[in-house]
Write a protein that binds this ligand. Structure first.
Ligand code: BGC
Length: 377
């Protein structure tokens, strides 16, 4: 009898414990103001039991803030961005946005598919950048679902019309943001198309692990699991070479402070990029989640590990920020104030048969998954 009662008590207690921990991560939906034309923007906040939280707004399916504890438990925002949605349109800088239909550059805004040439809007000198004049970052996405549980999730969707920004095929896109109890934020981009097209979807978070952009990132220790990178021309289009990083300022195979070699003007690639603005070829087999990068901010003790399924990762140090962007917490953002790590296929892949393909056919599902995992040291 005793055993039965004890057993029942344990069952109740254990179930309660299980439910408490299983329900610790929550997703909350709310308003995030409106654009100047009156369009209402919503945001979903994912929060885990440890107090880490991610806010995702429907404009651009954007990671608008990411609050993470430092080694003393102080929770601060580790991404750059704006307080109001309209600023993301008026002062676009791709802060935390979902980029598409083609993240990164396409040379001269042109590519051919099955013998037909497509012309895109050129919005970056002679090239097309991040999907053109009105990419996915400037569209309002729809909230498909939110859920609580062992991880808190939101799924957002966007349908890109056939011919939008010059790209062929109607593209149906979703992004899932999921935050778990291990302080891991996972993003899964998926897409299907009605006609053969090219796709490269990614997230463009600007990380500053010091918290509220207190310090620049020059002292951040970065590890990149990449034996090679793709050098570029003066307009930041890859030359086609896959250059070993060994003996160059691009060797981050061992943790190295960002600022150590960023001014090494002897390297033409540093001059072209104004610092780091390059695609690194992630070691290991694409399609499997593997660690591409680790970033450590020594003062706060925050450490971020980035796992990706993509073949490449763009490492960009905010070189074009010039102090004229006023972001969250009334901070002005300057060159070297953030690290972007954008997983995807290689820049200009639609024009390079020897790069991992960007082609998507009807009947196939495009997937690009990435995990941003946080801990302290
Ligand atoms: C590009 C930079 C560009 C930035 C815009 C990055 O992905 O590599 O060259 O200036 O996006 O935010």
């Amino acid at each position: 009898m005793k055993t039965v009662i004890l057993g029942a008590a344990c069952l109740t207690l254990c179930t309660a414990l299980f439910i408490t921990s299983a329900n610790a991560a929550t997703a909350t939906r709310g308003s995030f103001g409106a654009l100047a034309d009156g369009t209402r923007i919503e945001a979903v906040t994912l929060t885990n039991g440890a107090g880490m939280s991610a806010r995702i707004m429907t404009l651009g399916a954007t990671l608008q803030s990411l609050t993470v504890a430092d080694r003393n438990g102080r929770r601060e925002d580790v991404t750059l961005g704006y307080d109001k949605p309209q600023d993301y349109l008026t002062r676009p800088n791709y802060f935390g946005v979902s980029v598409g239909r083609f993240a990164n550059r396409i040379a001269k805004g042109k590519f051919a598919l099955d013998g037909k040439t497509y012309a895109l809007v050129t919005n970056d000198g002679p090239n097309s950048l991040h999907g053109g004049a009105k990419g996915f970052d400037k569209r309002v996405w729809k909230i498909e679902s939110i859920s609580n549980g062992s991880d808190a999730k939101v799924i957002m969707s966007y349908v890109s019309a056939d011919g939008e920004e010059g790209f062929p095929g109607e593209l149906k896109v979703t992004v899932t943001y999921a935050l778990n109890e291990k302080n891991e934020l996972r993003l899964d981009y998926r897409a299907t198309t009605s006609k053969p097209t090219v796709v490269n979807l990614t997230n463009h978070a600007y990380f500053n692990l010091s918290g509220n952009a207190a310090r620049d990132v020059m002292g951040n220790l970065v590890t990149l699991h990449a034996e090679r990178f793709t050098p570029v021309d003066a307009t930041l289009i890859p030359t086609g070479e896959r250059r070993p990083v060994a003996g160059t300022p691009f060797d981050f195979r061992k943790a190295t402070a960002v600022g150590t070699r960023i001014r090494d003007a002897r390297d033409q690639q540093i001059r072209y990029g104004r610092g780091y603005d390059h695609n690194f070829i992630v070691d290991g087999a694409p399609g499997n989640l593997r660690t591409a990068a680790v970033v450590e901010e020594p003062v706060s003790g925050r450490v971020m590990e980035v796992r990706v399924t993509a073949p490449g990762i763009q490492f960009y140090t905010g070189n074009f920020m010039d102090g004229t962007f006023f972001g969250k917490n009334q901070r002005s953002y300057r060159q070297g104030d953030a690290i972007c790590l954008e997983p995807g296929t290689f820049p200009d892949a639609p024009n390079r048969a020897d790069f991992p393909t960007a082609r998507l056919n009807p009947g196939q599902t495009y997937v690009n998954s990435m995990v941003f995992a946080f801990r302290t040291k």
